[in-house]
Ligand binder design. Sequence first.
Ligand SMILES: [Cu+2]
Length: 292
Amino acid sequence: MFKKQTKVWLVLTIVLSLLALASACNKKEGEANKNEGATTGKTYISKGDEGSVSGTIAFNGTAPAPKKIDTSADPVCGQKNPNLSTEDTVVSNGKLANAFVYIKDGTLADGTKIGEYTFTTPPDAVTLDQNGCHYRPHVLGIQTNQKLKITNSDPTQHNIHPTPKNNPEWNQTQPNGAPPIEKTFARAEVLVPVKCNQHPWMKAYIGVLKHPFFAVSGDDGSFTIKGVPPGSYTVAAWHEGGAQGTEKINQVKLAANGSAKVDFAFGEAASATARRGLEMMPALHVSMLGRD
Ligand SMILES: [Cu+2]
């Protein structure tokens, strides 16, 4: 009787152990499959047939005049930069500076969606300088995981505080004379606002993308995105005007070794211009789909 009971227990124990082992093996296999699934995407390799996308950002209507900033909270700022003014809408001769223009979506000539490619991270850092108690540049682009080097060229202390939605938020004090701060952004985000906890008027915007196809419009409103593979793309221009900024969208087709033109317009009369543009512009040159 005693012997029979022991046998039953022994068999039960063996069966249960085997079941547990099988379950563990299945789990491991499942995890391995999941990891395999995560490594999608092929690295883009230049074919030597890349071209450029360029254009101009217009500002229609009356641009708000820059306002002088009251820097009395930190006398050092006033000493170094007595004429510090707002930079939210910088317009000269009807052209808008500091618009962030980028390839938002599209398909390369080889039929691959741009989002399916991985683009090599540039080894050089992008610099954001604090100089005269404002950020230089005011708008910048960077690739995911590319180094952002923050420098303090002022004889006063700053506190850099990006407020991203898709990346971790942080803030860090940088006293005068302190070494540069180096940071990266792991995820794409257009755009990450940056403020200074020391000087409430200080603002910058960082466009983070997985690819290098972006540019910022200069004082003459012009921009050029270089090294773009041939394909059909949605190009977006973002400007900080409005609560969350304003984004305009256009379509562009780029031939091998080509140079495509695409213009954008912001300001009060921008929508009307965009509609006129649709009727007048040749389709391949640019089709205007002004949004907002
Ligand atoms: Cu500051």
